[in-house]
Design a protein around this ligand. Structure first.
Ligand code: NI
Length: 138
């Protein structure tokens, strides 16, 4: 771990209060909350470089009654099987399913294929969340 550096930040009181409120009960101190935000932004920026290899999850909620949807979702995952590592499936009710798919690969490719899955008719919500080891080790 590198040496801690202190720095001053000017911030509107109202903004700081709101930040503390949303972090209450989550973070013991403000510094750790700010460090996590900084790490998140660094990881995001590095991933945006698009050549970075990342790991993460694609979470989707979809209506399994939608004709052809599960076949299309499966086909895309088979076509890019090197990106899709593991699936967790929950039947939420008589119509909707939640699927959490563990992904690993080049960010630009994951983003492209994930967007195609999320865009399928019958997918009601989808989100790709990624990180990389380099980002969290700093
Ligand atoms: Ni299901």
């Amino acid at each position: 771990m590198s040496e801690l550096k202190r720095f001053g930040v000017s911030i509107e009181e109202n903004l700081l209060q709101r930040f503390d409120q949303v972090n209450a009960g989550i973070y013991d101190n403000r510094s750790e909350a700010i460090r996590d935000l900084i790490r998140e932004r660094i990881i995001e920026a590095e991933n945006e470089a698009e050549e970075e290899t990342v790991v993460g999850t694609l979470t989707v909620i979809y209506n399994h009654h939608k004709k052809g949807l599960t076949d299309k979702m499966n086909q895309l995952q088979h076509d890019y099987h090197c990106l899709f590592k593991s699936n967790l499936h929950l039947h939420l009710d008589s119509e909707f399913c939640l699927e959490v798919i563990v992904v690993e690969g080049r960010y630009y490719k994951l983003k492209e294929i994930s967007s195609r899955i999320i865009a399928l008719k019958g997918v009601k919500h989808g989100k790709l969340t990624v990180t990389n080891l380099k980002g969290v080790k700093n």
